[in-house]
Design a protein around this ligand. Structure first.
Ligand code: 4AD
Ligand code: MG
Length: 560
Protein backbone atom coordinates (compact mmCIF):
# COMPACT_ATOMS: atom_id res chain seq x y z
CA UNK A 1 0.00 0.00 0.00
CA UNK A 2 1.49 3.34 -0.95
CA UNK A 3 0.60 6.95 -1.07
CA UNK A 4 0.87 8.44 -4.49
CA UNK A 5 2.04 12.01 -4.84
CA UNK A 6 -0.99 14.10 -5.60
CA UNK A 7 0.07 15.61 -8.84
CA UNK A 8 2.64 13.23 -10.21
CA UNK A 9 1.87 12.30 -13.73
CA UNK A 10 4.42 10.07 -15.36
CA UNK A 11 3.58 11.01 -18.89
CA UNK A 12 1.62 14.17 -18.63
CA UNK A 13 3.74 17.25 -18.70
CA UNK A 14 1.84 20.23 -17.41
CA UNK A 15 1.85 22.91 -20.06
CA UNK A 16 3.37 26.21 -19.13
CA UNK A 17 0.63 28.19 -20.76
CA UNK A 18 -2.97 27.35 -21.22
CA UNK A 19 -3.48 26.20 -24.75
CA UNK A 20 -7.17 26.74 -24.76
CA UNK A 21 -7.86 30.21 -25.83
CA UNK A 22 -11.20 31.82 -26.02
CA UNK A 23 -11.45 34.53 -28.52
CA UNK A 24 -13.09 37.48 -27.07
CA UNK A 25 -15.41 39.50 -29.21
CA UNK A 26 -15.03 43.08 -28.25
CA UNK A 27 -17.42 45.55 -29.58
CA UNK A 28 -15.76 48.59 -31.04
CA UNK A 29 -17.18 50.74 -28.27
CA UNK A 30 -15.58 48.54 -25.67
CA UNK A 31 -12.12 48.51 -27.12
CA UNK A 32 -10.85 50.59 -24.31
CA UNK A 33 -11.19 47.68 -21.87
CA UNK A 34 -7.81 46.24 -20.94
CA UNK A 35 -7.41 43.17 -23.07
CA UNK A 36 -5.91 40.98 -20.41
CA UNK A 37 -9.00 41.16 -18.25
CA UNK A 38 -12.50 40.08 -18.93
CA UNK A 39 -14.52 43.26 -19.12
CA UNK A 40 -16.89 42.95 -16.22
CA UNK A 41 -19.59 44.56 -18.24
CA UNK A 42 -20.25 47.62 -20.23
CA UNK A 43 -20.86 50.54 -17.97
CA UNK A 44 -22.54 52.62 -20.61
CA UNK A 45 -25.83 50.85 -20.49
CA UNK A 46 -28.33 51.96 -23.06
CA UNK A 47 -31.46 53.26 -21.51
CA UNK A 48 -34.49 51.38 -22.59
CA UNK A 49 -37.15 53.00 -24.58
CA UNK A 50 -40.79 52.24 -24.08
CA UNK A 51 -41.03 50.65 -27.46
CA UNK A 52 -38.30 48.14 -26.96
CA UNK A 53 -37.83 46.26 -23.74
CA UNK A 54 -35.71 43.79 -25.69
CA UNK A 55 -33.25 46.53 -26.23
CA UNK A 56 -29.95 44.78 -25.77
CA UNK A 57 -26.44 45.96 -25.59
CA UNK A 58 -23.32 44.55 -27.03
CA UNK A 59 -21.49 42.46 -24.58
CA UNK A 60 -18.28 40.60 -24.83
CA UNK A 61 -17.18 37.49 -23.07
CA UNK A 62 -13.61 36.79 -22.32
CA UNK A 63 -12.41 33.69 -20.55
CA UNK A 64 -8.74 34.10 -21.12
CA UNK A 65 -6.88 32.50 -18.27
CA UNK A 66 -3.43 32.76 -19.73
CA UNK A 67 -2.70 36.38 -19.18
CA UNK A 68 -1.93 36.58 -22.87
CA UNK A 69 -2.85 39.81 -24.53
CA UNK A 70 -5.58 39.39 -27.05
CA UNK A 71 -5.41 41.59 -30.07
CA UNK A 72 -8.86 42.56 -31.14
CA UNK A 73 -8.11 43.62 -34.63
CA UNK A 74 -10.77 43.32 -37.30
CA UNK A 75 -9.13 40.20 -38.74
CA UNK A 76 -9.34 38.00 -35.65
CA UNK A 77 -12.81 39.10 -34.71
CA UNK A 78 -14.94 36.00 -34.96
CA UNK A 79 -18.29 37.60 -34.54
CA UNK A 80 -20.19 39.81 -32.24
CA UNK A 81 -23.32 38.72 -30.59
CA UNK A 82 -25.95 40.51 -28.61
CA UNK A 83 -26.43 39.52 -25.07
CA UNK A 84 -28.97 40.32 -22.44
CA UNK A 85 -27.77 41.52 -19.12
CA UNK A 86 -27.81 38.66 -16.63
CA UNK A 87 -28.08 38.86 -12.88
CA UNK A 88 -24.58 37.40 -12.59
CA UNK A 89 -23.24 40.24 -14.73
CA UNK A 90 -24.59 42.69 -12.20
CA UNK A 91 -24.01 40.92 -8.89
CA UNK A 92 -21.32 38.38 -9.71
CA UNK A 93 -18.29 40.64 -9.35
CA UNK A 94 -16.34 41.39 -6.21
CA UNK A 95 -18.38 44.46 -5.35
CA UNK A 96 -21.56 42.34 -5.50
CA UNK A 97 -23.18 45.00 -7.60
CA UNK A 98 -22.08 48.14 -5.74
CA UNK A 99 -20.23 49.38 -8.81
CA UNK A 100 -23.56 49.55 -10.64
CA UNK A 101 -25.14 51.94 -8.16
CA UNK A 102 -27.00 54.72 -9.93
CA UNK A 103 -27.36 52.86 -13.22
CA UNK A 104 -30.66 51.99 -14.82
CA UNK A 105 -30.58 48.31 -15.77
CA UNK A 106 -32.95 45.75 -17.14
CA UNK A 107 -33.29 42.19 -15.89
CA UNK A 108 -35.38 39.38 -17.26
CA UNK A 109 -36.22 36.24 -15.34
CA UNK A 110 -38.80 34.32 -13.36
CA UNK A 111 -40.46 35.47 -10.17
CA UNK A 112 -39.34 33.43 -7.20
CA UNK A 113 -41.33 35.27 -4.54
CA UNK A 114 -43.48 38.29 -4.04
CA UNK A 115 -43.65 40.05 -0.65
CA UNK A 116 -46.20 42.76 -0.31
CA UNK A 117 -45.50 45.20 2.53
CA UNK A 118 -47.42 48.29 3.51
CA UNK A 119 -45.49 50.81 1.43
CA UNK A 120 -43.49 48.71 -1.02
CA UNK A 121 -43.54 45.31 -2.66
CA UNK A 122 -40.48 43.08 -3.07
CA UNK A 123 -40.18 40.86 -6.13
CA UNK A 124 -37.34 38.33 -6.22
CA UNK A 125 -36.36 37.64 -9.83
CA UNK A 126 -34.04 34.81 -10.81
CA UNK A 127 -32.66 34.20 -14.29
CA UNK A 128 -30.59 31.11 -13.55
CA UNK A 129 -27.29 32.84 -14.27
CA UNK A 130 -26.41 32.52 -10.59
CA UNK A 131 -27.95 31.42 -7.33
CA UNK A 132 -28.76 34.98 -6.26
CA UNK A 133 -32.00 36.59 -7.14
CA UNK A 134 -32.25 40.19 -8.15
CA UNK A 135 -34.25 41.77 -5.37
CA UNK A 136 -36.59 44.27 -6.98
CA UNK A 137 -38.62 46.85 -5.09
CA UNK A 138 -41.69 48.41 -6.56
CA UNK A 139 -43.97 51.12 -5.26
CA UNK A 140 -47.27 52.33 -6.55
CA UNK A 141 -45.74 55.07 -8.73
CA UNK A 142 -43.88 52.66 -10.99
CA UNK A 143 -45.08 51.93 -14.48
CA UNK A 144 -46.77 48.53 -14.50
CA UNK A 145 -47.60 48.51 -10.77
CA UNK A 146 -51.18 47.57 -11.69
CA UNK A 147 -49.87 44.06 -12.50
CA UNK A 148 -48.92 43.64 -8.85
CA UNK A 149 -52.35 44.81 -7.76
CA UNK A 150 -54.18 42.59 -10.20
CA UNK A 151 -52.26 39.51 -9.02
CA UNK A 152 -50.38 38.91 -12.30
CA UNK A 153 -47.00 38.83 -10.58
CA UNK A 154 -46.94 35.40 -8.95
CA UNK A 155 -44.28 32.78 -8.32
CA UNK A 156 -43.25 31.26 -11.66
CA UNK A 157 -44.25 34.20 -13.86
CA UNK A 158 -41.68 35.57 -16.28
CA UNK A 159 -41.01 39.29 -16.11
CA UNK A 160 -38.88 42.07 -17.47
CA UNK A 161 -37.95 44.74 -14.95
CA UNK A 162 -36.23 48.02 -15.60
CA UNK A 163 -35.00 49.98 -12.64
CA UNK A 164 -32.39 51.97 -10.81
CA UNK A 165 -29.66 50.16 -8.89
CA UNK A 166 -29.81 51.35 -5.28
CA UNK A 167 -28.17 50.20 -2.03
CA UNK A 168 -30.21 47.51 -0.32
CA UNK A 169 -31.40 47.87 3.26
CA UNK A 170 -31.53 44.09 3.62
CA UNK A 171 -28.58 42.07 4.88
CA UNK A 172 -28.77 39.42 2.20
CA UNK A 173 -27.64 41.62 -0.68
CA UNK A 174 -25.70 44.81 -1.26
CA UNK A 175 -27.92 46.23 -3.97
CA UNK A 176 -31.45 46.04 -5.25
CA UNK A 177 -33.36 47.30 -8.24
CA UNK A 178 -35.87 50.07 -7.67
CA UNK A 179 -38.34 49.26 -10.40
CA UNK A 180 -39.27 52.02 -12.83
CA UNK A 181 -41.06 49.74 -15.25
CA UNK A 182 -42.46 46.24 -14.85
CA UNK A 183 -43.65 44.05 -17.73
CA UNK A 184 -45.13 40.58 -17.33
CA UNK A 185 -43.88 38.40 -20.15
CA UNK A 186 -45.69 35.19 -19.25
CA UNK A 187 -48.07 34.84 -16.33
CA UNK A 188 -47.96 31.77 -14.14
CA UNK A 189 -51.04 29.74 -13.32
CA UNK A 190 -51.75 29.51 -9.57
CA UNK A 191 -51.22 25.75 -9.90
CA UNK A 192 -47.43 26.34 -10.32
CA UNK A 193 -46.19 23.40 -8.25
CA UNK A 194 -42.96 24.79 -6.83
CA UNK A 195 -44.06 27.35 -4.30
CA UNK A 196 -41.91 28.72 -1.52
CA UNK A 197 -42.70 25.94 0.93
CA UNK A 198 -40.01 23.28 1.13
CA UNK A 199 -40.59 20.46 -1.31
CA UNK A 200 -38.86 17.10 -1.26
CA UNK A 201 -36.44 15.95 -3.94
CA UNK A 202 -38.72 12.97 -4.62
CA UNK A 203 -41.56 15.35 -5.39
CA UNK A 204 -39.31 17.45 -7.61
CA UNK A 205 -38.30 14.36 -9.58
CA UNK A 206 -41.92 14.13 -10.68
CA UNK A 207 -41.63 17.76 -11.84
CA UNK A 208 -38.32 17.43 -13.63
CA UNK A 209 -39.41 20.00 -16.23
CA UNK A 210 -39.76 22.69 -13.56
CA UNK A 211 -37.19 21.68 -10.98
CA UNK A 212 -34.32 23.66 -12.60
CA UNK A 213 -36.16 26.71 -11.25
CA UNK A 214 -35.23 25.77 -7.69
CA UNK A 215 -32.01 26.82 -5.97
CA UNK A 216 -30.74 23.24 -5.67
CA UNK A 217 -31.31 22.19 -9.26
CA UNK A 218 -30.10 25.48 -10.69
CA UNK A 219 -26.88 25.09 -8.69
CA UNK A 220 -26.49 21.44 -9.76
CA UNK A 221 -26.94 22.42 -13.41
CA UNK A 222 -24.28 25.12 -13.18
CA UNK A 223 -21.77 22.91 -11.35
CA UNK A 224 -22.43 20.07 -13.78
CA UNK A 225 -21.74 22.49 -16.62
CA UNK A 226 -18.52 23.67 -14.95
CA UNK A 227 -17.37 20.06 -14.53
CA UNK A 228 -18.01 19.36 -18.22
CA UNK A 229 -16.14 22.49 -19.23
CA UNK A 230 -13.22 21.64 -16.93
CA UNK A 231 -13.16 18.10 -18.32
CA UNK A 232 -12.64 19.30 -21.87
CA UNK A 233 -10.22 21.94 -20.65
CA UNK A 234 -8.09 19.41 -18.78
CA UNK A 235 -7.80 16.99 -21.67
CA UNK A 236 -7.35 19.67 -24.31
CA UNK A 237 -4.60 21.35 -22.29
CA UNK A 238 -2.84 18.01 -22.04
CA UNK A 239 -2.93 17.21 -25.74
CA UNK A 240 -5.79 14.69 -25.81
CA UNK A 241 -8.06 14.52 -28.84
CA UNK A 242 -11.79 14.23 -28.24
CA UNK A 243 -13.25 11.29 -30.14
CA UNK A 244 -16.95 10.63 -30.74
CA UNK A 245 -17.59 6.98 -29.99
CA UNK A 246 -20.75 5.49 -31.47
CA UNK A 247 -23.91 5.24 -29.41
CA UNK A 248 -25.21 2.28 -31.39
CA UNK A 249 -22.89 -0.70 -31.34
CA UNK A 250 -22.83 -4.42 -31.96
CA UNK A 251 -20.21 -5.15 -29.30
CA UNK A 252 -20.61 -5.52 -25.55
CA UNK A 253 -17.53 -3.82 -24.14
CA UNK A 254 -18.00 -4.85 -20.54
CA UNK A 255 -19.37 -8.29 -21.42
CA UNK A 256 -22.01 -8.02 -18.73
CA UNK A 257 -24.96 -8.32 -21.14
CA UNK A 258 -26.71 -5.28 -19.75
CA UNK A 259 -27.52 -3.66 -23.06
CA UNK A 260 -30.61 -2.09 -24.55
CA UNK A 261 -31.40 -3.53 -27.96
CA UNK A 262 -31.84 -1.15 -30.90
CA UNK A 263 -34.15 -2.72 -33.44
CA UNK A 264 -36.71 -1.94 -36.11
CA UNK A 265 -38.16 -5.44 -35.93
CA UNK A 266 -40.60 -4.04 -33.43
CA UNK A 267 -42.59 -1.35 -35.25
CA UNK A 268 -41.69 2.13 -34.20
CA UNK A 269 -43.56 4.80 -32.26
CA UNK A 270 -47.35 4.77 -32.54
CA UNK A 271 -47.66 1.42 -34.28
CA UNK A 272 -45.68 -0.23 -31.48
CA UNK A 273 -48.62 -0.04 -29.11
CA UNK A 274 -50.89 -2.16 -31.31
CA UNK A 275 -48.28 -4.49 -32.69
CA UNK A 276 -48.91 -8.23 -32.22
CA UNK A 277 -46.04 -10.02 -30.49
CA UNK A 278 -45.71 -12.61 -33.25
CA UNK A 279 -45.03 -9.91 -35.87
CA UNK A 280 -41.29 -10.28 -35.15
CA UNK A 281 -39.75 -12.28 -38.02
CA UNK A 282 -38.37 -15.71 -37.10
CA UNK A 283 -35.96 -18.18 -38.64
CA UNK A 284 -36.97 -21.76 -39.39
CA UNK A 285 -35.66 -22.72 -35.96
CA UNK A 286 -37.97 -20.27 -34.29
CA UNK A 287 -35.22 -17.77 -33.39
CA UNK A 288 -35.43 -14.06 -34.09
CA UNK A 289 -34.38 -13.43 -37.68
CA UNK A 290 -31.89 -10.65 -37.16
CA UNK A 291 -30.94 -10.61 -40.84
CA UNK A 292 -34.20 -8.74 -41.39
CA UNK A 293 -33.34 -6.12 -38.81
CA UNK A 294 -32.05 -2.62 -39.65
CA UNK A 295 -28.40 -3.45 -39.00
CA UNK A 296 -28.81 -7.06 -40.18
CA UNK A 297 -27.56 -8.22 -36.79
CA UNK A 298 -28.40 -7.48 -33.16
CA UNK A 299 -27.39 -3.93 -32.23
CA UNK A 300 -27.42 -2.18 -28.87
CA UNK A 301 -26.96 1.11 -27.10
CA UNK A 302 -23.35 1.25 -26.02
CA UNK A 303 -22.29 0.55 -22.43
CA UNK A 304 -18.90 2.18 -23.02
CA UNK A 305 -16.99 3.93 -25.78
CA UNK A 306 -13.72 2.32 -24.74
CA UNK A 307 -13.15 -0.20 -27.54
CA UNK A 308 -13.67 2.51 -30.15
CA UNK A 309 -11.53 4.88 -28.09
CA UNK A 310 -8.68 2.36 -28.22
CA UNK A 311 -8.70 2.45 -32.02
CA UNK A 312 -8.05 6.18 -32.00
CA UNK A 313 -5.52 6.01 -29.16
CA UNK A 314 -3.47 3.60 -31.25
CA UNK A 315 -3.28 6.28 -33.92
CA UNK A 316 -3.45 9.63 -32.13
CA UNK A 317 -1.80 8.51 -28.85
CA UNK A 318 -3.98 10.30 -26.29
CA UNK A 319 -7.72 10.55 -26.79
CA UNK A 320 -10.88 10.80 -24.75
CA UNK A 321 -14.55 10.26 -25.26
CA UNK A 322 -17.29 12.09 -23.40
CA UNK A 323 -20.76 10.95 -24.24
CA UNK A 324 -23.89 9.10 -23.16
CA UNK A 325 -23.73 5.42 -22.26
CA UNK A 326 -26.53 3.04 -21.35
CA UNK A 327 -26.93 0.12 -19.00
CA UNK A 328 -30.02 -2.05 -18.75
CA UNK A 329 -29.10 -3.26 -15.27
CA UNK A 330 -32.06 -3.40 -12.97
CA UNK A 331 -30.36 -1.40 -10.22
CA UNK A 332 -32.66 0.83 -8.26
CA UNK A 333 -29.86 2.42 -6.27
CA UNK A 334 -28.80 5.98 -5.61
CA UNK A 335 -25.66 5.41 -7.75
CA UNK A 336 -27.07 3.81 -10.91
CA UNK A 337 -28.75 5.23 -13.96
CA UNK A 338 -29.85 3.49 -17.12
CA UNK A 339 -28.50 6.43 -19.15
CA UNK A 340 -25.42 8.21 -17.90
CA UNK A 341 -22.51 10.14 -19.34
CA UNK A 342 -19.03 8.69 -19.29
CA UNK A 343 -15.63 10.25 -19.77
CA UNK A 344 -13.16 7.74 -21.13
CA UNK A 345 -9.57 8.76 -21.74
CA UNK A 346 -7.31 6.28 -23.47
CA UNK A 347 -3.52 6.69 -23.40
CA UNK A 348 -1.12 4.91 -25.73
CA UNK A 349 2.43 4.06 -24.66
CA UNK A 350 1.13 4.02 -21.12
CA UNK A 351 0.82 1.57 -18.26
CA UNK A 352 -1.36 1.32 -15.18
CA UNK A 353 0.74 3.86 -13.27
CA UNK A 354 0.29 6.41 -16.02
CA UNK A 355 -3.41 5.68 -15.98
CA UNK A 356 -3.68 6.27 -12.23
CA UNK A 357 -1.61 9.46 -12.48
CA UNK A 358 -3.92 10.74 -15.21
CA UNK A 359 -7.07 9.88 -13.23
CA UNK A 360 -5.68 11.59 -10.12
CA UNK A 361 -4.59 14.73 -11.97
CA UNK A 362 -7.93 14.87 -13.79
CA UNK A 363 -10.03 14.59 -10.63
CA UNK A 364 -7.95 17.17 -8.80
CA UNK A 365 -8.15 19.54 -11.75
CA UNK A 366 -11.93 19.46 -12.16
CA UNK A 367 -12.58 19.68 -8.42
CA UNK A 368 -10.24 22.67 -8.15
CA UNK A 369 -12.03 24.25 -11.08
CA UNK A 370 -15.45 24.12 -9.40
CA UNK A 371 -14.05 25.32 -6.07
CA UNK A 372 -12.57 28.32 -7.81
CA UNK A 373 -15.31 29.07 -10.31
CA UNK A 374 -18.56 28.06 -8.62
CA UNK A 375 -18.07 29.70 -5.23
CA UNK A 376 -21.65 30.80 -4.64
CA UNK A 377 -23.10 27.42 -5.62
CA UNK A 378 -20.49 25.54 -3.58
CA UNK A 379 -21.30 27.66 -0.52
CA UNK A 380 -24.93 26.73 -1.04
CA UNK A 381 -24.08 23.00 -1.13
CA UNK A 382 -21.87 23.46 1.92
CA UNK A 383 -24.72 25.08 3.87
CA UNK A 384 -27.71 23.10 2.69
CA UNK A 385 -26.70 19.81 1.10
CA UNK A 386 -23.51 18.48 2.70
CA UNK A 387 -21.90 20.34 5.57
CA UNK A 388 -18.14 20.39 5.12
CA UNK A 389 -18.10 19.55 1.43
CA UNK A 390 -15.78 22.45 0.60
CA UNK A 391 -13.17 21.21 3.08
CA UNK A 392 -13.58 17.66 1.83
CA UNK A 393 -13.05 18.74 -1.78
CA UNK A 394 -10.13 21.01 -0.86
CA UNK A 395 -8.46 17.97 0.71
CA UNK A 396 -8.99 16.04 -2.52
CA UNK A 397 -7.18 18.75 -4.43
CA UNK A 398 -4.30 19.03 -1.99
CA UNK A 399 -3.71 15.60 -0.53
CA UNK A 400 -2.33 12.40 -1.98
CA UNK A 401 -4.66 9.57 -2.88
CA UNK A 402 -4.22 6.17 -1.25
CA UNK A 403 -3.20 3.27 -3.49
CA UNK A 404 -3.56 -0.36 -2.48
CA UNK A 405 -3.98 -3.71 -4.16
CA UNK A 406 -7.23 -5.63 -4.15
CA UNK A 407 -5.55 -8.31 -2.06
CA UNK A 408 -4.62 -5.72 0.60
CA UNK A 409 -8.12 -4.26 0.44
CA UNK A 410 -9.68 -7.67 1.12
CA UNK A 411 -7.34 -8.10 4.06
CA UNK A 412 -8.29 -4.68 5.38
CA UNK A 413 -11.99 -5.51 5.14
CA UNK A 414 -11.52 -8.85 6.86
CA UNK A 415 -9.52 -7.23 9.65
CA UNK A 416 -12.16 -4.54 10.17
CA UNK A 417 -14.43 -7.08 11.92
CA UNK A 418 -17.31 -5.07 10.50
CA UNK A 419 -20.53 -6.95 9.71
CA UNK A 420 -21.10 -6.46 6.00
CA UNK A 421 -24.26 -7.56 4.25
CA UNK A 422 -22.10 -9.22 1.57
CA UNK A 423 -19.35 -11.31 3.18
CA UNK A 424 -15.83 -10.67 1.95
CA UNK A 425 -13.39 -13.20 0.60
CA UNK A 426 -10.61 -13.06 -1.98
CA UNK A 427 -12.20 -13.30 -5.41
CA UNK A 428 -15.47 -11.54 -4.56
CA UNK A 429 -16.47 -8.33 -6.25
CA UNK A 430 -16.29 -5.37 -3.88
CA UNK A 431 -19.76 -4.08 -3.06
CA UNK A 432 -20.68 -0.48 -2.41
CA UNK A 433 -20.64 -1.08 1.38
CA UNK A 434 -17.05 -2.37 1.14
CA UNK A 435 -15.93 0.48 -1.08
CA UNK A 436 -17.47 3.05 1.20
CA UNK A 437 -15.94 1.48 4.31
CA UNK A 438 -12.49 1.68 2.74
CA UNK A 439 -12.66 5.29 1.63
CA UNK A 440 -14.96 6.74 4.32
CA UNK A 441 -13.87 4.90 7.44
CA UNK A 442 -10.48 3.30 6.86
CA UNK A 443 -9.05 6.31 5.03
CA UNK A 444 -11.21 9.05 6.47
CA UNK A 445 -12.64 10.45 3.25
CA UNK A 446 -9.51 10.21 1.13
CA UNK A 447 -9.93 8.80 -2.40
CA UNK A 448 -8.50 5.28 -2.63
CA UNK A 449 -7.29 3.58 -5.80
CA UNK A 450 -7.50 -0.20 -5.68
CA UNK A 451 -5.43 -2.12 -8.19
CA UNK A 452 -4.82 -5.66 -9.43
CA UNK A 453 -8.24 -7.27 -9.15
CA UNK A 454 -8.85 -10.98 -9.75
CA UNK A 455 -9.22 -11.52 -13.49
CA UNK A 456 -12.49 -13.41 -13.04
CA UNK A 457 -14.40 -10.34 -11.86
CA UNK A 458 -13.08 -8.00 -14.53
CA UNK A 459 -13.61 -7.51 -18.26
CA UNK A 460 -11.86 -9.47 -21.02
CA UNK A 461 -9.66 -6.62 -22.25
CA UNK A 462 -7.67 -6.08 -19.03
CA UNK A 463 -3.98 -6.97 -19.07
CA UNK A 464 -3.08 -10.19 -17.26
CA UNK A 465 -0.51 -9.72 -14.49
CA UNK A 466 2.49 -12.04 -14.18
CA UNK A 467 0.80 -13.97 -11.34
CA UNK A 468 -1.74 -15.28 -13.88
CA UNK A 469 -4.57 -14.57 -11.41
CA UNK A 470 -4.98 -10.82 -11.37
CA UNK A 471 -5.25 -8.10 -13.99
CA UNK A 472 -3.82 -4.57 -14.23
CA UNK A 473 -7.11 -2.96 -13.24
CA UNK A 474 -7.75 0.07 -11.07
CA UNK A 475 -10.90 1.44 -9.47
CA UNK A 476 -10.95 4.82 -7.78
CA UNK A 477 -13.24 4.92 -4.75
CA UNK A 478 -14.47 8.13 -3.18
CA UNK A 479 -16.59 8.83 -0.10
CA UNK A 480 -20.40 8.73 -0.45
CA UNK A 481 -20.25 7.48 -4.02
CA UNK A 482 -17.98 4.44 -3.88
CA UNK A 483 -16.61 3.61 -7.33
CA UNK A 484 -16.14 6.81 -9.30
CA UNK A 485 -13.64 5.53 -11.84
CA UNK A 486 -12.95 2.13 -13.33
CA UNK A 487 -9.96 1.59 -15.58
CA UNK A 488 -7.11 -0.68 -16.57
CA UNK A 489 -4.06 -1.30 -18.66
CA UNK A 490 -5.29 -3.10 -21.77
CA UNK A 491 -4.08 -6.50 -22.92
CA UNK A 492 -1.89 -5.55 -25.86
CA UNK A 493 -0.55 -9.10 -26.52
CA UNK A 494 -2.62 -10.76 -29.25
CA UNK A 495 -2.22 -14.34 -28.01
CA UNK A 496 -3.14 -13.45 -24.42
CA UNK A 497 -6.17 -11.48 -25.59
CA UNK A 498 -7.38 -14.29 -27.85
CA UNK A 499 -7.00 -16.79 -25.02
CA UNK A 500 -9.04 -14.63 -22.72
CA UNK A 501 -11.78 -14.15 -25.31
CA UNK A 502 -11.94 -17.93 -25.77
CA UNK A 503 -12.00 -18.58 -22.01
CA UNK A 504 -14.93 -16.24 -21.62
CA UNK A 505 -16.66 -17.74 -24.70
CA UNK A 506 -16.85 -14.34 -26.38
CA UNK A 507 -16.85 -14.01 -30.15
CA UNK A 508 -13.46 -13.42 -31.76
CA UNK A 509 -15.25 -12.92 -35.08
CA UNK A 510 -17.21 -9.92 -33.92
CA UNK A 511 -14.13 -8.44 -32.23
CA UNK A 512 -11.96 -8.84 -35.38
CA UNK A 513 -11.31 -5.11 -35.66
CA UNK A 514 -10.34 -4.85 -31.98
CA UNK A 515 -7.90 -7.72 -32.38
CA UNK A 516 -6.43 -5.99 -35.45
CA UNK A 517 -5.11 -3.27 -33.14
CA UNK A 518 -2.85 -5.97 -31.63
CA UNK A 519 -1.85 -7.22 -35.09
CA UNK A 520 -0.77 -3.91 -36.52
CA UNK A 521 1.62 -1.98 -34.31
CA UNK A 522 0.36 -2.94 -30.88
CA UNK A 523 1.49 -0.80 -27.94
CA UNK A 524 1.00 -0.85 -24.19
CA UNK A 525 -1.99 1.33 -23.50
CA UNK A 526 -4.36 2.13 -20.68
CA UNK A 527 -7.47 4.12 -19.90
CA UNK A 528 -10.34 4.61 -17.56
CA UNK A 529 -14.02 5.49 -17.43
CA UNK A 530 -15.52 8.03 -15.07
CA UNK A 531 -19.27 8.18 -14.52
CA UNK A 532 -20.04 11.86 -14.95
CA UNK A 533 -23.17 11.84 -12.76
CA UNK A 534 -21.20 10.20 -9.96
CA UNK A 535 -18.69 13.02 -10.31
CA UNK A 536 -21.54 15.52 -9.97
CA UNK A 537 -22.69 13.65 -6.83
CA UNK A 538 -19.18 13.78 -5.45
CA UNK A 539 -18.74 17.48 -6.19
CA UNK A 540 -22.12 18.68 -4.93
CA UNK A 541 -22.92 16.27 -2.11
CA UNK A 542 -26.25 15.42 -3.76
CA UNK A 543 -27.32 12.01 -2.39
CA UNK A 544 -29.21 10.53 -5.27
CA UNK A 545 -27.74 10.23 -8.75
CA UNK A 546 -31.20 10.92 -10.19
CA UNK A 547 -30.81 14.51 -9.06
CA UNK A 548 -27.54 15.07 -10.90
CA UNK A 549 -28.83 14.73 -14.48
CA UNK A 550 -31.68 16.83 -15.89
CA UNK A 551 -33.91 13.93 -16.91
CA UNK A 552 -32.92 10.69 -15.17
CA UNK A 553 -33.53 7.35 -16.85
CA UNK A 554 -33.91 4.46 -14.43
CA UNK A 555 -35.96 1.26 -14.24
CA UNK A 556 -39.62 2.18 -14.71
CA UNK A 557 -38.82 5.83 -15.25
CA UNK A 558 -38.55 7.55 -18.63
CA UNK A 559 -40.94 10.47 -18.17
CA UNK A 560 -40.10 13.78 -19.82
O1 4AD B 1 -16.40 0.41 -14.37
P1 4AD B 1 -17.10 0.60 -15.68
O2 4AD B 1 -18.13 -0.40 -16.04
O3 4AD B 1 -15.93 0.65 -16.76
C1 4AD B 1 -16.09 0.73 -18.09
O4 4AD B 1 -17.15 0.87 -18.69
C2 4AD B 1 -14.78 0.79 -18.83
N1 4AD B 1 -15.04 0.46 -20.23
C3 4AD B 1 -14.16 2.15 -18.64
C4 4AD B 1 -12.84 2.30 -19.33
O5 4AD B 1 -11.87 1.71 -18.88
N2 4AD B 1 -12.77 3.07 -20.40
O6 4AD B 1 -17.76 2.04 -15.73
C5 4AD B 1 -16.97 3.18 -15.54
C6 4AD B 1 -17.63 4.14 -14.58
C7 4AD B 1 -17.86 3.57 -13.20
O7 4AD B 1 -16.70 3.67 -12.42
C8 4AD B 1 -18.97 4.45 -12.68
O8 4AD B 1 -18.48 5.69 -12.23
C9 4AD B 1 -19.78 4.70 -13.94
O9 4AD B 1 -18.95 4.45 -15.04
N3 4AD B 1 -20.96 3.84 -14.02
C10 4AD B 1 -22.22 4.27 -13.81
N4 4AD B 1 -22.71 5.47 -13.49
C11 4AD B 1 -24.03 5.60 -13.36
N5 4AD B 1 -24.91 4.59 -13.54
C12 4AD B 1 -24.47 3.35 -13.87
N6 4AD B 1 -25.35 2.38 -14.08
C13 4AD B 1 -23.07 3.16 -14.02
N7 4AD B 1 -22.30 2.10 -14.34
C14 4AD B 1 -21.03 2.54 -14.34
MG1 MG C 1 -16.41 -0.76 -12.73
Amino acid sequence: MALSPATVSLRLKPLTTTTLRFLSTYHNNLKTFPTTHAPKRAHSFNHLTNSSYRNVRYFSVSAVSTGETLETSKTDKIGEFKKRLRVVDIKGGESEGLDSLGQVLTVRGWVRTLRVQSSVTFIEVNDGSCLSNMQCVIDSDAEGYDQVESGLITTGASVCVEGLVVPSQGKKQKIELKIQKLVTIGKSDPSFPIQKKKVTREFLRSKAHLRPRTNTFGAVARVRNALAYATHKFFQENGFVWVASPIITASDCEGAGEQFCVTTLIPSSKEAMDSPADAIPKTENGLIDWSQDFFEKPAFLTVSGQLNGETYATALTDVYTFGPTFRAENSNTSRHLAEFWMIEPELAFADLNDDMACATAYLQYVVKHVLENCKEDMDFFNNWIEKGIIDRLSDVVEKSFVRMTYTDAVELLLKSKKKFEFPVKWGCDLQSEHERYITEEAYNGCPVIITDYPKDIKAFYMRLNDDGKTVAAMDMLVPRVGELIGGSQREERLDYLENRIDELKLSKESLWWYLDLRRYGTVPHAGFGLGFERLVQFATGIDNIRDTIPFPRAPGSAEF
